[in-house]
Design a protein around this ligand. Structure first.
Ligand code: TXA
Ligand code: MG
Length: 309
C-alpha cells in the first residue's frame, strides 16, 4: 500500500500540472486529466487522436462532488445504490454552475459520469479536488487497454505517468445509460441490461446507433484490432486465429480460449487481452465461435461485431 501511495502522489503532481495520467479502472484503463481544466482536457484529445465531438466520461469518488456538476434524479439514485462503484456510466443533465470544461462535453448540456471501482483510482480521486475526465487509454479506434503494459504499448513515452493498478477485473467498458429522459442504454457494457431493467422495474431498451448524435463515440470502427473477423464460426480456416468459449479438441494450434466453460464474465475479461495478443502474433484473420446473446454475451458480441467491421 505504501508503494501505491507513493505512485498516487506522483500521479497528483502530473495531474496538477494539467497533464494526463493513465489510471486503472475495473473496466479498462483510462487516459485521465482534470475535468475542470480546458488545457488538461485538450491534451487527452491530442494524445488519443480523438475527434473533438466525441465527449468523455468524467470519473468521481463521491456524490457530493457529483452534485456540483449534475442534476441527479430518482432513477440515478436507484442505480447508484445498486451498482456503484462499478461498470456503469450515467448520462445526466449538467448544471449551469458546473465547472466542467467545455471540451469534455463538446458544449453539450449533458455529462457522462461514472464511479470506478479500482481501489487505487478511488484513493486518487478522493485526494484530488477535481474529478477526472478519462476516455479509454488507447489511440482512437484501437483496442482498449486492460493493463498498465497495454497502455505503455499504445502510447510509449508520450504519457507522463501510468498508475499501475493491476489487470482490469471486468475488461470491457462500462454500460452507458442515459437518464436525461426515459432510461435508455447507449452502450452495452460491464453491467447486463437485464439487471438494470430488473432494478428499475421496467424493460430498458437499447438505443439504436442509427441516431449518431446520442453517442458519437459509438462509431462502427471502434474497438478494432484492424484484422478481418468472422463471427459464429464452427469450423475455422487454417490461417485464422480462432476464439473459443468451450473446451474441445482441435487439430491445429491457432486457437485461443476466452473461457473453457462458457463463463461469460471470464470471456469478457479475456477478450481485449486476447485480441491484442493475436495482433502481436501477426495473424491477419480471426474467427469466433458463437457466443450466446444474453447477459455479458451481448456486450462481447457488440465489441466483436464492431471489431469485425
Ligand atoms: O469503462 C469505461 O467507460 C471507460 C473507463 C476508462 O471509464 N471509459 C470509456 O470511455 O470507455 P470512452 O471515451 O472510450 O467511451 C465513452 C463513450 C463514448 O462513446 C462517448 O461518445 C460517450 O461515452 N459519451 C460521453 N459523453 C456522452 C454524453 N454526454 N452523451 C452521450 N454519450 C456520451
Ligand atoms: Mg474507448
Amino acid at each position: 500500500m505504501n508503494n501505491n501511495l507513493a505512485n498516487i502522489k506522483k500521479s497528483i503532481i502530473v495531474l496538477n500540472k494539467n497533464d494526463c495520467v493513465a489510471i486503472p479502472t475495473e473496466t479498462v484503463y483510462g487516459l485521465a486529466a482534470n475535468a475542470y481544466s480546458n488545457k488538461a482536457v485538450k491534451k487527452i484529445y491530442t494524445l488519443k487522436k480523438r475527434p473533438k465531438n466525441n465527449p468523455s466520461i468524467v470519473h468521481y469518488s463521491s456524490l457530493n462532488q457529483l452534485k456540483k456538476d449534475c442534476v441527479l434524479n430518482r432513477n440515478f439514485f436507484i442505480l447508484y445504490k445498486k451498482f456503484c462503484p462499478g461498470p456503469i456510466t450515467f448520462i445526466l443533465k449538467i448544471k449551469k454552475e458546473s465547472r466542467i470544461s467545455k471540451f469534455v462535453t463538446n458544449n453539450k448540456k449533458t455529462l457522462a459520469v461514472r464511479f470506478p471501482k479500482n481501489k487505487i483510482t478511488q484513493k486518487l480521486l478522493k485526494i484530488l479536488n477535481y474529478p477526472l475526465a478519462a476516455p479509454s487509454a488507447n489511440i482512437s479506434t484501437k483496442i482498449s487497454p486492460v493493463s498498465a503494459g497495454d497502455v505503455r504499448e499504445e502510447f510509449g513515452k508520450k504519457i507522463k505517468y501510468i498508475l499501475n493498478g493491476g489487470d482490469s477485473k471486468i475488461g470491457l467498458e462500462s454500460t452507458i445509460i442515459s437518464l436525461v429522459k426515459k432510461p435508455e442504454i447507449l452502450r452495452h457494457g460491464g453491467i447486463e441490461i437485464e439487471k438494470i431493467s430488473k432494478i428499475l422495474k421496467t424493460k430498458v431498451k437499447f438505443k439504436s446507433k442509427k441516431n449518431k448524435t446520442s453517442a458519437p463515440g459509438q462509431g462502427k470502427v471502434h474497438y478494432s484490432p484492424h484484422i478481418s473477423m468472422r463471427l459464429n464460426i464452427k469450423n475455422p480456416r487454417k490461417d485464422e486465429a480462432y476464439l473459443l468459449i468451450k473446451k474441445r479438441k482441435l487439430k491445429n494450434k491457432n486457437y485461443f480460449y476466452l473461457t473453457k466453460n462458457q463463463n461469460l464474465k471470464e470471456a469478457g475479461k479475456n477478450l481485449y487481452k486476447t485480441l491484442r495478443l493475436i495482433k502481436k502474433m501477426k495473424y491477419k484473420k480471426i474467427s469466433v465461435e458463437k457466443i450466446p446473446k444474453k447477459g455479458l454475451g451481448i456486450t462481447i458480441n457488440d465489441r466483436l461485431i464492431r471489431a469485425s467491421k
